[in-house]
Design a protein around this ligand. Structure first.
Ligand SMILES: Nc1ncnc2c1ncn2[C@@H]1O[C@H](COP(=O)(O)OP(=O)(O)O)[C@@H](O)[C@H]1O
Ligand SMILES: CC(C)(COP(=O)(O)O)[C@@H](O)C(=O)NCCC(=O)O
Ligand SMILES: [K+]
Length: 259
């Protein structure tokens, strides 16, 4: 069985697979100081709670936080007796290498998104991923990640507004009824919601114009459905895109005899 780990700057998600069969997904906040034992306590409690007989033989990790990888390696070794594949490291093969400026360490989440988008849709895709950052990942005709855009994430922007302006409260994101807010909270919600709708529209339009071929827009991340209400921003929303990419990369390494 495969344990796929997607560690973002905000949340860490574990997903357990029996071959092609998805068994469960577990989510916790990302902390670089969490130890291998702490991961296992959390993991085994939840897996037992769901009544899953997880017999993990393989682990694959994508981490946008380099410091967590050490403890996740110890976790894999100590509890499953395996050396994890770490996306972005030289010993993890990719179906197609990224085509970017020399020396660029592309985020492993973006590499996984590109692989998943190509597997499901073929090339000529832009992935819009709502994480800590809102990133746009461009996937070429042959499946290579060829660049993109990194914008501040929705919650990061809300938090920055609250931190930087003494009179502005912390606000949860939602679609406001009107563009013109008549109270402070409604004004902030409008700024963030319609601001991001404009950002997504503006950036995807410019990417399409520069790329100069028809492209599919795939939305992913927890907030994608919120922004899809009302305006046709995405051709499709796929919440599990990064995880799917990890399972495809793992299978590719197995098929290549790299595991
Ligand atoms: N459905 C949702 N509603 C509100 N906030 C969400 C939702 N899904 C994710 N978020 C928030 O979006 C931010 C990024 O989430 P996540 O995709 O887990 O980021 P990362 O992969 O960078 O860790 C976090 O602050 C998280 O709490
Ligand atoms: C853009 C990101 C910060 C997104 O990370 P996330 O929001 O998922 O935690 C991450 O992919 C990253 O650190 N990238 C490195 C630079 C690059 O991809 O070009
Ligand atoms: K992510």
């Amino acid at each position: 069985m495969l344990l796929a780990i997607d560690c973002g700057n905000t949340n860490t998600v574990f997903s357990v697979w029996d071959g092609e069969k998805f068994l469960c997904t577990l989510r916790t906040s990302t902390h670089h100081a969490r130890t291998a034992d702490a991961y296992f306590t959390w993991y085994s409690t939840l897996v037992n709670h769901y009544g899953i007989k997880a017999d993990i033989s393989d682990v694959i990790i994508s981490s946008t936080v380099p410091r967590v990888v050490f403890n996740l390696r110890v976790f894999s070794d100590r509890f499953f007796g395996c050396r994890p594949l770490v996306v972005g490291k030289p010993d993890c093969l990719l179906p197609i290498p990224p085509r970017v400026d020399a020396g660029t360490a592309v985020g492993p989440d973006r590499l996984a998104n590109a692989v998943a988008a190509f597997d499901r849709h073929g090339g000529d895709v832009v992935v819009v991923d709502f994480g800590t950052a809102t990133n746009f990942d461009v996937v070429a005709e042959d499946g290579a990640y060829v660049g993109g855009v990194i914008a501040p994430g929705v919650n990061l922007s809300l938090e920055a507004l609250h931190q930087g302006a003494a009179a502005l409260p912390h606000v949860d994101i939602s679609q406001p009824e009107h563009v013109i807010g008549t109270n402070t909270v409604a004004c902030i919600q409008s700024g963030i919601f319609w601001g991001y709708v404009g950002l997504i529209h503006g950036i995807t339009d410019r990417i399409k114009a520069e790329y100069a071929r028809p492209m599919k827009v795939v939305g992913t991340g927890g907030l994608a459905p919120l922004f899809a209400t009302g305006e046709p921003l995405f051709d499709v929303i796929e919440d599990d895109l990064t995880m799917h990419g990890l399972t495809v990369i793992h299978k590719y390494n197995k098929d290549q005899g790299n595991l």
